[in-house]
Write a protein that binds this ligand. Structure first.
Ligand code: 6PG
Length: 227
């Protein structure tokens, strides 16, 4: 881990996460007229998204992306997009074109290339710079779909790649470190139950866990830890 993170322990995790997202949104919209927010998958963010849906954000100025997706159809129970719909997207007035869905239902390599092209088209062909990327952390130290021992960890040019994850027995689409590290702000949202040992190693500064390698080049890194 290169850049020194803000490590915040909160016993009001959901409200702390919502406040952080709202603050980033207001700052980005005031400064640049829009807010690009990347959603993490899994279970931890669900109550955060549900609470966020109730906040008075100007969603017409928000662009939603996904840090990773399982290669399944968008109505599959495993889909991160479906989880986001159920907890957030179906409950806010966001223009459909502002939600950039990873196409889990098509060939993974094609879906990854399509998604990268979509992001580059919005950043003059360069590396898209998210205002805020939300990430989770698995018990094996993975984040997004950057799992230990998988090829995506080595990618230094592409922004989005297909990644076969043996332990999940499935293909995934995931942001790579070049895209993550281009962010203005990366915030890990981690419910630390059962993950204390992994977190201790991540914060030791000598960790080889995939999540420990996320290091925004010119941006903030926050770890928001729930009790
Ligand atoms: C996914 C996520 C993944 C997740 C972690 C933590 O697609 O599963 O993007 O990286 O954030 O596995 O998941 P929990 O929040 O369920 O512990």
């Amino acid at each position: 881990m290169n850049s020194k993170p803000d490590i915040i322990h909160s016993n009001d995790f959901v409200n702390a996460a919502v406040a952080l997202i709202e603050s980033a949104a207001n700052e980005a919209i005031a400064a640049r007229g829009s807010f690009s927010l990347s959603l993490s998958g899994g279970n931890t963010p669900k109550p955060v998204y549900e609470a966020l849906a109730k906040r008075p954000l100007d969603w017409s100025k928000v662009i939603i992306t996904f840090g990773d997706e399982r290669c399944v159809p968008p109505d599959d129970a495993q889909s991160n997009y479906l989880m986001a719909r159920n907890t957030l997207l179906d409950h806010i007035a966001i223009p459909a074109e502002n939600v950039l869905r990873m196409k889990g239902e098509i060939d993974p390599a094609e879906a990854a290339k399509d998604y990268e092209a979509e992001l580059r088209a919005r950043s003059g062909g360069g590396v898209f710079r998210h205002d805020l990327v939300l990430l989770g952390m698995g018990p094996d130290g993975h984040t997004a779909s950057l799992f230990p021992g998988t090829p995506a960890l080595e990618e230094r040019e592409r922004l989005v790649v297909e990644n076969y994850v043996p332990k999940a027995g499935m293909w995934r689409i995931t942001f790579t470190y070049p895209l993550l590290d281009a962010s203005r702000h990366v915030c890990f949202l981690v419910n630390s139950v059962g993950k204390d040992d992994v977190l201790a190693e991540v914060f030791s500064g000598t960790s080889s866990y995939p999540c420990a390698a996320v290091s925004p080049t010119e941006g903030k890194l926050t770890w928001l830890l729930g009790a």
